[in-house]
Design a protein around this ligand. Structure first.
Ligand SMILES: [Zn+2]
Length: 288
């Protein structure tokens, strides 16, 4: 599923290629796409003839601003793609929405998994929708102290906590594994055992990994594409995500894959410390 770097890349593409366009026609091919308003007819009517005035990202939400005051908000799920070039792959049923733009251009929303959702929201509805989200990783409010204060007394495992969009916006399963690798934290490490210096390192790892993902225009493990149907490059820089069975680049131990908080997780047991389980810390201490 597109995470912060992928949605950021799509947003930048929309800025460059789509903002300023008029929506001349709307085809909803899969009505399950439209979460809001309740009637698809109203979604189509309110989009017709309006101009796209801006594009922005909040967490993993892609927000297309319109001169009507509405915002068209996409949550791109696992297979979600927003494409300015006609999708070449079949089935055609994977195309959920077509926006006909002026200049005979078309913007396609495609998702072969069918889980992507769209909402057309007025200003108050948009604000309400975004209000529960945690800070942006590159925002001023996101500091090591914020992480420590928000999570430092929690007994939950660190990986599900950094995936929680109410704690922090934009991190998903791929970047979470890479972040915890850099921070040398086991994904099952209990937050209340993390030390002050470790919060600093985790904070830096979050920013560095997401910034690298943006610089490389996203990670294409399977389905992610930018607006011109090009894959990202960051998959070439991953150290642990889906590298199970391969040597850790840091200690040459074997990277493993296990479920943590219900999500497949990739890490190096040799250099990511768990330290909180019964005996776990002792075993590590004695190895040190
Ligand atoms: Zn290692």
């Amino acid at each position: 599923m597109p995470e912060l770097p992928e949605v950021e890349t799509i947003k930048e593409d929309l800025h460059e290629l789509v903002v300023g366009s008029i929506i001349e026609g709307v085809e909803v091919l899969d009505p399950s796409l439209v979460e809001q308003p309740a009637l698809v007819e109203e979604f189509v009517r309110r989009l017709g003839g309006v101009q796209i005035t801006g594009a922005r990202r909040r967490a993993k939400h892609l927000i297309v601003e319109l001169d009507s005051g509405d915002a068209l908000v996409f949550q791109l799920k696992i297979g979600g793609q927003l494409l300015l070039v006609p999708p070449v792959e079949e089935p055609r049923t994977a195309t959920m929405l077509v926006l006909h733009l002026d200049g005979r251009r078309r913007l396609f929303l495609r998702d072969q998994t069918g889980f992507t959702r769209a909402r057309l929201l007025g200003p108050e509805e948009l604000e309400a929708r975004l209000s529960s989200l945690g800070p942006e990783p590159f925002g001023e409010g996101f500091t090591p102290a914020y992480l420590r204060e928000r999570l430092g007394s929690r007994r939950a495992q660190i990986k599900p906590l950094i995936l929680d969009q109410k704690v922090l916006s934009g991190v998903g399963n791929i970047y979470a594994d890479e972040i915890l690798y850099d921070a040398r934290l086991h994904p099952r490490r209990k937050a209340n055992t993390i030390t002050g210096p470790e919060w600093e390192v985790l904070h830096a790892a979050i920013r560095e990994n997401l910034a690298a993902g943006v610089e490389h225009r996203g990670t294409t493990v399977r389905l992610y594409r930018d607006v011109l149907d090009r894959p990202g490059e960051h998959q070439n820089y991953l150290r642990v995500f889906e590298k199970h069975g391969q040597p850790c680049p840091r200690c040459e131990g074997e990277v493993v894959r296990e479920k943590v908080g219900g999500r497949p997780s990739h890490f190096c047991p040799g250099c990511q410390r768990e330290e909180d389980g019964p005996g776990g810390g002792v075993a590590l201490e004695s190895l040190w």
